[in-house]
Design a protein around this ligand. Structure first.
Ligand code: KG4
Ligand code: ZN
Length: 389
């Protein structure tokens, strides 16, 4: 079969249910995203069973809304393949998406392609908007004048609540994993430290806003939150910064900070005796400095090891203004191009899965399959390796 014109993409790997119609040139024709943030805020984190159940209720509604929009735009007949996230992610959530996608593709007689969620985050940099969707108005370069697509080779950084990954994307689109976190993801570290200082889940953005109130005052300068060294040059470790932040927080309320103990006990203690706001600001500023510093250091190392590589960034933590500024500066110092998608395509969405599917099919890294055979999913599908069988 020739390359698909329009791909219908479905994403459900974590706590966003999403569907999109994406053209081969990266134009997003229509999209829908339903976040479960409010649901998971009640439990202070994602409960996998609750997430899967929410995908199960949300996806059919999103899909029918998207298809109504496609009919209105005269696009239904141009959809000639379906793409679905097959990992990594929460197993039950992936299964819901795979079932909805393969069922719909089978009913329409269309082929299906399983896509790696992290490859999606990297390919978000190729997206551009043409249609006004319910979710957003056209971004820069919309309507016939897409912004220049990123060039390859590139170093790719994905930083989200669930992932911290560094890759090299070769000229032919092949992806080589350089490194990733050995414990917490960057967003997870932001969220856990945010919780320590009394901010609701997910607290990354609020922590950053609090850190910004420190301004240029030397708040937090005295606090050093060390980032653990890793054996491999492109790996990350963030659990040490969380433990160090807990120590500072406990000391700020006069509690025993020598043995921080279990996260739940610390959280409860800090709920009963909230830390003074000046200490919260200081911890937020120091944590942001440490996490951003670790990310930028590895990215610079990867750029230096790969002459001519552009830099591509994805994932929800790319919303962090301090990180964005530091990455832009790191790329500019080396004369490299940098692509950071608008925030609604940095966070989980289905348009990025459509873009990744078009690229993987065009590069021969993926093949269209018969949906009658179902779609296998894997919670731990490693980027750059074969799709789960
Ligand atoms: O990609 P994403 O939307 O979703 C998942 O990982 O599921 O990323 C969400 C993560 C959360 O950990 C959130 O706290 C973090 O991104 N985040 C931020 C900021 N905005 C979102 N972290 C630091 N600074 C921000 N401005
Ligand atoms: Zn994601």
């Amino acid at each position: 079969m020739s390359a698909p014109r329009v791909i219908l993409a479905i994403e459900s790997s974590c706590d966003e249910s999403a569907v999109a119609l994406v053209r081969a040139d990266g134009l997003v024709l229509a999209e829908r995203v339903a976040t479960q943030a409010a649901l998971h805020a009640t439990t202070g984190g994602v409960v996998p069973e609750a997430a899967a159940r929410a995908h199960h209720t949300q996806l059919p509604t999103l899909l029918s809304g998207l298809l109504d929009e496609a009919t209105g735009l005269g696009l239904q007949s141009q959809i000639d393949a379906v793409a679905v996230t097959a990992g990594p992610g929460l197993l039950a959530s992936l299964l819901v998406g795979a079932s909805v996608a393969s069922g719909w593709a089978w009913g329409r007689g269309l082929p299906i392609v399983p896509i790696n969620h992290l490859e999606g985050h990297l390919r978000a940099a190729w997206l551009h908007a043409g249609a006004v969707t319910e979710r957003h108005v056209p971004v820069q370069g919309a309507r016939g004048a897409p912004p220049a697509a990123p060039t390859l080779p590139a170093i790719g950084l994905v930083v989200s609540g669930g992932h911290t990954l560094l890759v090299r994307i070769d000229r032919d689109g092949a992806i080589e994993r350089l490194g990733g976190t050995v414990d917490d993801a960057a967003g997870e570290a932001f969220d856990k430290i945010a919780r320590l200082i009394g901010l609701p889940y997910p607290g990354g953005a609020a922590l950053s806003a609090l850190a910004a109130t420190a301004g240029t005052a030397p708040v937090g300068q005295g606090i050093r939150l060390p980032i653990a060294r890793t054996d491999k040059p492109f790996d990350f470790s963030f659990s040490g910064v969380k433990t160090a932040a807990a120590r500072v927080a406990l000391a700020a309320i006069g509690a025993d900070a020598t043995a921080p103990g279990r996260a739940g006990a610390i959280a409860q203690l800090l709920e009963e005796r909230p830390i003074p706001s000046s200490a919260a600001v200081a911890i937020a500023a120091a944590a942001e400095r440490a996490i951003v510093g670790a990310l930028v250091e590895r990215v610079e190392r990867a750029l230096d090891a790969t002459p001519d590589a552009a830099l591509i960034v994805g994932g929800g933590v790319a919303a962090n203004a301090v990180l964005r500024r530091a990455l832009v500066a790191a790329a500019e110092r080396r004369g490299r191009a940098i692509a950071i998608p608008p925030i609604f395509w940095c966070t989980d969405n289905a348009a990025m899965i459509g873009a990744a599917a078009h690229a993987a099919l065009a590069d021969g890294r993926a093949a269209l399959r018969d949906p009658g055979n179902g779609v296998s999913v894997s919670a731990s599908w490693r980027i750059g390796t074969e799709a789960p069988q």
